[in-house]
Each structure stands twice: as structure tokens, then as C-alpha cells.
Design a binder for this molecule. Structure first.
Ligand SMILES: *Cc1c(COP(=O)(O)O)cnc(C)c1O
Length: 478
């Protein structure tokens, strides 16, 4: 038995009720002298009312999707139904210890199993893990699985291919798994350059990692051909599923030819996103990768759910316990509430909204790729002979009460402004956004100085963003 099984066995044999190894601990006398506090803790002496006002005031200084439009491309900042928060806060979910024996947690295991089945169905795959804690973590675990797959076949490959429009986490995850990254160029249409791919797709390539639709909001129309080419040299095709919100119920990565896909539950399936809260990046895989999925695997046998810890040749454990369970509950609640038709409508509306904004804004801002987009599109804030740049436009949006879109990404568009409205914005809120963007366009011509100094209406103006991370100033009572 390994250590974890040992522990579980221990808990099982104790009926999950006593933990003898923890008895007689925790009393102050057991804490070594050097760790004991020498003087009273300095706590600010404020009344409840003062504390409530302080935090309420701070919370009102934040922008959030509950306050206003949040068109952050690549991130899918959609509305999260509040009922999902209520559901995942229920005692049955929050007061359960993850090391309880399976006989105590059948309902929780059933939720995970059902979510896994739904994600397999949505992505057209054969196996699933819910453990990765974010998209980037899914990438890391997925590349480890690709590596295990090749090693098992005695196949030494050292390279992963990634298009130049990719999200920064893609090359980082790949490098962390010990592979070298080769970049594939995009054509002037914004999709993968097939000639460049052909040239770089050698037998040294372990896999190609792509985002479809890509970060320019464009569907890779050569994807079937790409899958065939990748497989013909024995490599695997990884789908960065961050943009799944654009294709739900329309096409499935598994049917297209992907071998593996991550899914950002906090983007596509309703989990509050941003602010560094917990996320979840499940992986779904085709048959030939199932045996490499991380442990434990949730299994169902005649209405009984259990966890398997002993499967070889799994890549092993990738996160504490079984992932971020609260996020999984929210995602299943969302999927069940919407159903297959509802999910399809999500994508149709997200794509319609993005094209609506694109068509209106392209009269005032340069559109990077003038064709039908998926769930997002990219403008360029660059204008020859203008002293105003993308950063100024983004900062001015804050003055008007909007969160800025994603800017300066993807890198292949000069001064990119990447806008994703999502399916949950009303026509009215999109029209108001268009109006403000036109206003900023006018200000650029008539009063560039104003834009250089923006934001003027916020509590702080331009911050040193790097310093803000390195030296956070969170002092009370400023
Ligand atoms: C968000 C995103 C990621 C990373 O996902 P996280 O959940 O933030 O770790 C990867 N690729 C793309 C295209 C993304 O938009």
C-alpha cells in the first residue's frame, strides 16, 4: 500500500470518525517555546460598523462583471448565475472532508462522475480527469500525458509545435515538461500557415497544441487537414479549450481529431472568474490516452462510485485531493440547467454578439482580420501619425465605467485590442459600449491629451502595474 492508501485504509477502519494520530495535539503546551508569541497581536481596534464600511467602500472601488461590461478577450467573463453559488455553498458540499471513505461521499462522487461524463460528451472524448486547477495546469498535465504516451512506445521526441497566436501559458507549460517549443507562423488571414506547419512537422514532434477557435477569434478552417498531418508523423493534437464557449453543441474537439483537450470551467461553465479565485481545468482524452490520466480515477459500478488509485501507467497525482470541488459543482449545475439546447444557444449568441460589435466598431477602429469572427475579435489601436495608443484607449474606457478589453495580445497584431462580449450582454449594453468607443475615437482626434492622461475619474490613475504586484500596498485606514 502506498502512503495515501494507507491513510485511507486507516480512516476506513476507523469508520472515518477518529484520527488517533491527531489526538493529544494542538494544546499550547506542545508548541515549542520559540514559536509562541511574546506580546499581544496588534489588531486594529475598530468597531463592527467601521469594519463593515471599510470593506464595503473597498468593494465598491472594484470593477466586476456584476457592476458593468467586462469585454476581456480570451477570458470569457460571462455572467455566472447566482443560484450556482447557493448550490455549491450547501453544507453537503462544503462540510465534507475529501479523505472520507467513499461510502460516506457517494453523492459527491456522483456529481464528479456525472460532470466527467458531460464533459466527455461535450468534447467528444473517451476519458476525463477533473483534477487540474486551471487551464494552464491542464496544459501541463496534458503534455505530461503526451510525453508518457511517447515514452511508452519507446519513441524519443523532443519538440512541441505551437502557433504564434497562442496564449503565453502554452509555451510555458510545454517548457515545464521538458520539451522545446517551435513556433508555427500564422498567415495574413490569421490562421495556421500550412506550409510552415508542413516544414516543421518532423518525426521529432511529440504534438501540436492549438486553440480553436484561435486567440484572434477565428476558426482554424484547415483543422481536419491539420489533424491528419499531425497524426501521420505519429504526433498528437492538443486542444487548448479556453475558447470552447464559441463552439458548444456545434462541433466537438474529439470529432475534429484532437487527442486531448482541456476545458476551462471558469470560462465556459459558470464559475466566477478573475481575482485569482479557484478555477478548474479538466482534461478529456481519446482512448489511447485514457491509461495515462492522473489518479485517482472515479469509477462507477452498478450505481456505486469509487476511486481507483492503482492504475498504471498513470502520470500520477497532479493536485491536492480531487481538484477544486466547488467549481465542479457549479459547472454541473450550469450544464444541467441549460441542457444541450441551452449550451448550443450560449455559443450561437456569443458569436452573434461578437460579430455585432465587430461590424459596428470596424468603422472607427482598424479591424485586424476583416471576416466573420467567432466569440471574439481583434482591433488594432495603432494609427499612423496618432500620438494615442491602445493603452490610452483602454485607460479611457475605465473613465466611462468599463473594464478594458485584453490589450497588446495576441502579439501578432500591432497594438491589439481583443474584445469578447460573451452571450450574456444585452443589445442595450452592447449599443452603449459602441457609443462610448465612438466617443473615444472622436476624443482621439480632437483631444488626444485627454486620452494620454486617462483615467481621470477613477480613484487612482495610471499605476505602476509591475510594482503593484511586487510591492502590494494593502494598508488599513489609508
Ligand atoms: C485563459 C487561457 C489559458 C489559460 O487558462 P487559465 O485557466 O487561465 O490557466 C490558456 N489559453 C488560452 C487561449 C486562454 O484564454
Amino acid at each position: 500500500m502506498n502512503e495515501r492508501e494507507d491513510l485511507i485504509f486507516n480512516i476506513n477502519s476507523q469508520c472515518g470518525l477518529t484520527f488517533p494520530e491527531f489526538e493529544n495535539t494542538g494544546s499550547q503546551n506542545d508548541i515549542p517555546e520559540k514559536f509562541l508569541r511574546k506580546s499581544a497581536l496588534e489588531i486594529n481596534n475598530a468597531g463592527e460598523f467601521d469594519v463593515v464600511r471599510h470593506f464595503t467602500r473597498l468593494s465598491r472601488q472594484n470593477h466586476s462583471v456584476d457592476v458593468g461590461f467586462y469585454p476581456l478577450g480570451s477570458c470569457t467573463m460571462k455572467y455566472n448565475p447566482k443560484i450556482n453559488e447557493t448550490i455549491c455553498s450547501m453544507d453537503e458540499f462544503t462540510r465534507v472532508h475529501p479523505l472520507l471513505p467513499a461510502s460516506f461521499t457517494q453523492g459527491n462522487l456522483e456529481i464528479m462522475w456525472e460532470l466527467g461524463e458531460a464533459l466527455k460528451d461535450i468534447t467528444g472524448m473517451d476519458g476525463v480527469t477533473l483534477q487540474p486547477a486551471a487551464g494552464a495546469h491542464g496544459e501541463f498535465a496534458g503534455i505530461l500525458m503526451i510525453r508518457a504516451y511517447h515514452i511508452d512506445r519507446g519513441d524519443k521526441r523532443a519538440t512541441i509545435l505551437i502557433p504564434d497566436s497562442a496564449h503565453g501559458t502554452n509555451p510555458s507549460s510545454v517548457a515545464m515538461c521538458g520539451y522545446s517549443v517551435k513556433e508555427i507562423k500564422s498567415t495574413k488571414d490569421g490562421t495556421i500557415d500550412m506550409d510552415d506547419l508542413k516544414e516543421k512537422l518532423t518525426t521529432d514532434v511529440a504534438g501540436l497544441m492549438i486553440t480553436n477557435p484561435n486567440t484572434l477569434g477565428l476558426f482554424e478552417t484547415d483543422i481536419l487537414k491539420i489533424a491528419e498531418m499531425v497524426h501521420s508523423v505519429g504526433a498528437l493534437l492538443y486542444n487548448d479549450g479556453a475558447n470552447l464557449n464559441a463552439i458548444l453543441g456545434k462541433c466537438r474537439p474529439g470529432d475534429i481529431g484532437f487527442d486531448i483537450s482541456h476545458i476551462n470551467l471558469h470560462k465556459t461553465f459558470s464559475t466566477p472568474h478573475g481575482g485569482g479565485g479557484p478555477g478548474s481545468g479538466p482534461l478529456t482524452v481519446k482512448k489511447h490516452l485514457v491509461e495515462y490520466l492522473p489518479l485517482p480515477i472515479i469509477e462507477k459500478d452498478k450505481e456505486k462510485y469509487s476511486m481507483r488509485w492503482d492504475k498504471e501507467p498513470s502520470i500520477g497525482k497532479v493536485s491536492s485531493f480531487y481538484g477544486n470541488f466547488g467549481v465542479l459543482v457549479r459547472a454541473l449545475a450550469y450544464i444541467k440547467a441549460l441542457g444541450a439546447d441551452g449550451l448550443k444557444k450560449v455559443s450561437e449568441t456569443a458569436v452573434l454578439n461578437a460579430n455585432y460589435l465587430k461590424e459596428h466598431l470596424k468603422k472607427y477602429y482598424k479591424l485586424a482580420f476583416d471576416k466573420t469572427c467567432m466569440h471574439e475579435f481583434v482591433l488594432s489601436g495603432f494609427e499612423k501619425d496618432s500620438s494615442v495608443h491602445t493603452i490610452d484607449i483602454a485607460k479611457r474606457l475605465l473613465d466611462y465605467g468599463y473594464h478594458a478589453p485584453t490589450i497588446y495580445f495576441p502579439l501578432i497584431v500591432k497594438e491589439a485590442i481583443m474584445i469578447e462580449p460573451t452571450e450574456t450582454e444585452s443589445l442595450k449594453s452592447m449599443d452603449e459600449f459602441i457609443e462610448i468607443m465612438i466617443k473615444i475615437h472622436e476624443e482621439r482626434k480632437n483631444n488626444p491629451e485627454l486620452l494620454h492622461n486617462a483615467p481621470c475619474n477613477t480613484i487612482v490613475s495610471r499605476l505602476d502595474e509591475v510594482k503593484a504586484i511586487k510591492q502590494p500596498d494593502v494598508c488599513w485606514n489609508k
